[in-house]
Ligand binder design. Structure first.
Ligand SMILES: *Cc1c(COP(=O)(O)O)cnc(C)c1O
Length: 814
């Protein structure tokens, strides 16, 4: 893209406030934190429920960004940059993308539906890329913001577009249609996902079909319900395995790990196969087949390419590497758009200053090679990458364009030299096209542990954070509790994400936890809930902020503060209003006040208390009395000492149930990790942790034979037993065994039979098609931690925090 501001103004119908309207724009940004923002970036200041892009304009100006689309010019900045003032910045972004899209007239495939969009898009890209220069949505960029950004990636060399569109409620699709302007439509599986935003299934279908209002053809699984809503003028191209009226008739024969299709289309009858046997993959593959038939591909090519379909990994994974490294694994794609996203992710997740990028040849940019690698080089330099390892015949030729570059002709050549290249104390982004097999590089870099992992979905954490933020008054501050290794979900990584989201405070239980976060480079204010007197020196040294809850603690902290000649060191005063755990009681207040009067060594940063029953409305009177007492006690301290500290009282369920008692800040804990004890609220949160393992061994036992220690399970018929390498030493309660609990394999429940062992458990898989190595879900979406807690008569907190540190945590972003 190269456009001048002068050309953009009329498209946006913007009012221009600035001087240089001939400035040239070559990229669009909505993210103030991206290191890719430069003087030729046009920054759209978007407005979200808890976020206002206008707040970052001044900061961006300092970084050299000069062109902004805003709904008002921030005060004092008039004359300092080019401002395009519009009413609504999101609409302006969309209008801009729509106008930009109209300048191109190659075929564009638009995909919507409830499930499978991203996989269909990635597979089509794989199947068609030998013959086309494809532009496609990166990752699952399919929203009101993601779609315009995807479309703005088009350039002159592209000759096929594949974009996905996702909606969550009515009146969203017309917008996306206007931006994508698809010429070929695909309606993927219309399942029941995201139904909350719609009145009924009919409304949802009608809304989705709006994407196809002017396509030349709509590809779909023949379905009378959908057809009833479809404008009869729209030409369809349908497939079915039960309706003979479909254009393409399919008979599928599934076996353990592949499916064969017999295809009948016009006069043709032929067979193809795919290396998958689950229903979702079958449907997604058939949608892709339809596109190939529509494009008149020869059946031999269809057969060859479909056989090579692969599992799509849409996620950027963060893993621990050996020698104190962090690895960001994006080893399945390599195109310019997704490189930009991966570099932004690297910046937001980097634990070490030093950044290495391992990069393969880049495909499908649509640009000529020279121009492409100049752009890549520019991107890498602006992201301050310290070292580049370039792998591939083409990229190796541009070695001199990259900082500290080592170049290799192929992955094999790199692996041969692997032991001679140092990797330590750094963050490594591994990004390569699929056929470079960079997963082999990742497996060498990775720390070696066993197969059980706790996968943490960073998007879900962001979602839950925003959900709770949206419940707060606009100026209520937010402390997030990251004690106990962020409730078992990973200390540093979660804290890093929270810094990225600019929360106001972190809370930990002990000084050690705070110190580890400081050593890892977290610089948010951190309150320590339960500091022992012996840790005060370390607390001061690492700029942690102690919660002071007793006269004894106060006395010893003041003494130390005196010795060290501290000035206004931040402390937090805890009041006991009924929990009876930690805190000053009402009768202690005069002494507390006397001690702190005119003391200049410390500053009361906040006053807090904790609710004992915020989650149980049957104790509402007790909670209200706690709130009242907090108001009274904190007011006394404030008046007597003439101070105006932050006051805070609410934990997660307090936020949900006692909105009126937010004071100046709240302390969010379990809710961030996806758990609510309110059923309705639970539906609005996203699952964060998924504990996964694999099947180590399978055997069939006869009736009368038993399983495990103590022969607690005896089979009454031939039974297929699978052994999973996770046990009570990993934190799975023994009570969960003996058929009370289950794991999920291929979406089916497999009851845990016999007693759980220290490092293993056994499950009944008689009804499940599985083999050694098949993935097993111990908890996650289902069974959920809340469900387990109920059955085990405990609380989700205990289950989450019990997962042993020997279980590897893997963080990912979608
Ligand atoms: C753990 C904790 C919280 C967070 O509680 P959740 O129920 O997880 O939201 C808040 N305040 C204090 C003092 C805590 O110890």
């Amino acid at each position: 893209m190269t456009l001048s501001i002068r050309n953009i103004i009329p498209i946006l119908k913007a009012k221009f406030v600035g001087k240089n309207d001939i400035a040239i724009i070559d990229s669009i940004s909505i993210d103030s934190r991206s290191l890719q923002n430069t003087s030729s970036t046009l920054y759209f200041a978007l407005l979200g429920p808890n976020h206002d892009g206008h707040h970052y304009v001044a900061e961006l100006l300092e970084q050299g960004v000069l062109n902004f689309v805003v709904s008002y010019v921030p005060s004092n900045l008039q004359g300092k940059a080019n401002f395009l003032v519009v009413e609504n910045t999101l609409q302006a972004l969309q209008t801009f993308a729509a106008a930009y899209r109209s300048d191109f007239d190659f075929p564009v495939i638009g995909i919507t539906g409830s499930n499978g969009k991203t996989i269909i898009k990635e597979w089509l890209n794989f199947l068609l890329s030998p013959d086309y220069n494809i532009i496609r949505s990166p990752k699952s960029y399919n929203s009101q913001v993601g779609v315009p950004l995807s479309v703005l990636g088009i350039n002159e060399k592209h000759n096929l577009g594949i974009f996905e569109a996702g909606i969550s409620t009515v009146n969203e699709m017309a917008n996306l249609q206007r931006i994508i302007q698809p010429t070929i439509g695909i309606l993927s599986n219309i399942g029941s996902a995201h139904d909350e935003g719609f009145h009924d299934a009919g409304e949802k279908i009608k809304e989705k079909l709006k994407l196809f209002s002017s396509v030349e053809v709509l590809i779909m699984n023949k379905n009378q319900t959908v057809e009833a809503f479809l404008n009869p003028k729209i030409k369809t191209f349908t497939w079915s395995s039960d309706d003979g009226k479909a254009d393409v008739f399919v008979i599928a024969k599934e076996s353990l790990d592949k499916t064969e299709f017999k295809i009948t289309y016009q006069k043709l009858c032929f067979t193809i196969a795919i290396p998958f046997s689950d229903q979702a993959s079958i449907e997604n593959a058939l949608q892709c087949l339809m596109v190939m038939l529509y494009f008149r591909y020869d059946q031999d090519i269809i057969r060859q390419r479909m056989l090579l379909l692969y599992p799509v990994e849409m996620r950027l994974k963060v893993k621990n590497g050996s020698n104190n490294t962090t690895i960001i694994d994006d080893s399945y794609s390599s195109d310019f758009q997704s490189l930009k996203i991966a570099l932004d992710f690297l910046e937001s997740q980097k634990q070490f200053k030093k950044k290495t990028l391992i990069l393969s040849d880049i495909f499908q940019s649509g640009l000529v090679t020279e121009e492409l690698y100049s752009k890549v080089s520019h991107l890498i330099v602006s992201n301050k990458i310290n070292r580049v390892i370039a792998i591939g015949k083409t990229i190796a030729g541009f070695k001199s364009k990259f900082p500290n570059c080592l170049a290799f002709e192929s992955t094999e050549k790199f692996l041969e030299g692997f032991d001679t290249i140092p990797f330590e104390n750094e963050t490594i982004l591994v990004k390569g096209a699929r056929h470079f097999h960079f997963e082999e590089i990742v497996s060498l870099l990775e720390e070696k542990t066993h197969e059980t992992v706790l996968e943490i979905n960073l998007n879900a954490i962001s979602h839950n954070l925003n959900f709770f933020k949206s419940k707060l008054n606009p100026d209520t501050k937010l402390m997030v509790m990251v004690k106990a290794f962020s409730y078992g979900n990973g200390g540093f990584e979660v804290a890093k994400l929270l810094s990225h989201h600019k929360v106001d405070y972190l809370g930990v239980a002990f000084a050690d936890e705070g110190i580890s976060l400081r050593l890892a480079g977290i610089d948010l204010p951190i309150m320590v809930l339960n500091p022992e007197s012996t840790s005060f020196t370390a607390i001061i040294q690492h700029q942690l902020e102690p919660e002071i809850y007793s006269m004894k603690g106060l006395t010893s902290f003041l003494k130390l503060a005196e010795q060290k000649k501290l000035k206004n060191f931040p402390i937090h005063i805890k009041l006991d209003t009924g929990m009876h755990r930690l805190g000053f009681e009402e009768e202690n207040l005069p002494e507390l006040i006397a001690k702190l009067k005119d003391n200049k060594t410390v500053q009361i940063k906040s006053i807090l208390s904790h609710l004992a029953t915020s989650d149980e409305m049957k104790f509402i009177d007790f909670t209200l009395s706690q709130i009242k007492l907090f108001e009274k006690m904190s007011s006394t301290v404030m008046e007597e000492l003439q101070i105006n500290p932050i006051r805070h009282l609410l934990n997660t369920s307090g936020i949900s149930n006692f909105h009126q008692a937010q004071y100046d800040m709240v302390r969010l804990g379990i809710g961030l990790y996806g758990v609510s004890n309110d059923e309705e609220e639970q539906k609005l949160l996203e699952n964060v942790g998924t504990l996964k393992s694999i099947i180590s061994q399978i055997r069939i036992i006869d009736a009368g034979e038993s399983v495990g220690y103590g022969r607690k399970f005896v089979a009454d018929k031939p039974t297929k037993i699978a052994t999973i390498p996770i046990g009570y030493a990993d934190g799975i309660s023994r009570h969960w065994g003996n058929e009370l609990g289950y794991v999920v394999i291929k979406n089916k429940k497999a009851p845990i039979v016999g007693s759980i062992c220290m490092d293993m458990l056994m499950v009944d898989t008689t009804e499940i098609e599985c083999k050694e190595g098949t993935e097993v879900i111990v908890f996650g979406e289902s069974p959920s931690v809340s469900y387990m807690a109920k059955r085990l008569e405990t609380i989700p907190y205990e289950i989450m925090t019990s997962i042993s540190q020997r279980v590897k945590r893997v963080f990912y972003r979608e």
